[in-house]
Design a protein around this ligand. Structure first.
Ligand code: CDM
Ligand code: ATP
Length: 295
């Protein structure tokens, strides 16, 4: 059976919905839209390193964040914004208490906030019995951020447009060592940098498979964040080192968990790190595991 991550509550999650992180296995910037958003080519894969979210229905119509991410005010939290968006779209009068157990580092390029938003859309669609389909949830998700649709759809993907035009991919599911240098990167600052390459020639999926894994954000992030530069130098001396999204996290791909853990054992103590498996399917109530659909 093809292994998959399930975002739905199960006994081992104590009623929590999972919101997994992602890695960008390559990222090219091929243009810019009139509204400032960049046209990308990127490859997304999920990893089994997740936030946990509890969605407890209330007797009134209020949306309350009982515990969220540090330093994110409730009204800006992407789970709260997702809940309001669903109410606005459907006219639903129900309420919810939201509790987030935050594990995915913020400002790390791992998409934690976007994944929290996508999981909330799926969770409340079920808890509030809204009956919305996957396309509608992905469309609503895009209003919250460019990375939200891939988490809603739950498939590793080749992405174009601003990251929302998705073609499912079946990739190898290796182990990754992920290192978080001691800094957070603001995605907007990297996309606004004058020196960012914005005219990379487009490539094909075959080029990626043959090994083109460039991330156009890497030179800008290295130059502006010495901690990321140092971490990349350290990792590149031992393995192929890559930046995910706009950073700050970097990663190396390993064939086995043992290799990844061996590499991790040498990581200097001032950087945090974790080992996680890559997954092509992050299954939600509207997506069945690949093997059950005969794919
Ligand atoms: C870097 C990636 O994580 C790669 O997956 C995404 O492209 C970023 O996705 P995200 O964090 O969901 O992005 P948003 O919250 O929509 O936007 C954050 C900031 O990045 C800029 N942004 C984002 C995506 C994109 N294709 N072009 C952009 O220029 C936006 O203008 C905004 O200033
Ligand atoms: N539930 C949430 N968890 C994390 N960040 C949130 C959340 N809600 C809102 N945010 C805001 O979103 C910003 C981006 O957070 P996120 O963890 O997604 O960063 P990231 O990993 O760099 O993501 P990306 O790769 O999508 O740019 C945070 O700095 C924070 O201000």
């Amino acid at each position: 059976m093809t292994p998959h991550l399930s975002i739905q509550p199960r006994p081992e999650t104590n009623g929590a919905w999972l919101a997994p992180a992602k890695l960008n296995l390559m990222l090219r910037i091929i243009g810019r839209r009139a509204d400032g958003y960049h046209l990308l080519q990127t490859v997304f894969q999920f990893i089994d390193y997740s936030d946990q979210i509890w969605l407890n229905p209330r007797n009134d119509a209020r949306i309350e964040l009982l515990r969220g991410a540090d330093q994110v005010p409730a009204e800006r939290d992407l789970t709260v914004r997702a809940a309001h968006l669903l109410k606005q779209y459907t006219g639903c009068q129900r309420g919810v208490d939201i509790t987030i157990d935050k594990r995915i580092p913020m400002g790390g390029g791992l998409g934690g906030g976007s994944s929290d938003a996508a999981t909330t859309l799926h969770g409340l669609n079920q808890v509030w019995e809204l009956g919305l389909d996957l396309d509608t949830l992905a469309q609503l998700g895009l209003q919250l951020g460019a990375d939200v649709p891939v988490f809603v759809r739950g498939r590793a993907a080749w992405a174009e447009g601003i990251g929302e035009q998705l073609q499912p991919l079946t990739l190898p599911e290796p182990w990754y060592l992920v290192i978080k240098p001691d800094c957070e990167v603001a995605t907007a600052a990297i996309f606004n940098a004058a020196e960012l390459t914005r005219n990379s020639p487009p490539i094909t999926m075959a080029d990626f498979t043959r090994g083109d894994k460039r991330n156009d954000c890497t030179p800008v992030v290295r130059q502006r964040y010495p901690a990321v530069d140092q971490a990349l130098q350290w990792l590149a001396a031992r393995a192929e080192a890559q930046l995910t999204g706009t950073g700050s996290c970097i990663f190396a791909t390993c064939d086995t968990e043992a290799t990844a853990r061996q590499l991790q054992s040498d990581v200097p103590k001032h950087w945090s790190s974790f080992v996680a498996r890559g997954y092509n399917c992050s299954c939600n109530p509207l997506v069945t595991p690949l093997d059950e659909r005969g794919l």
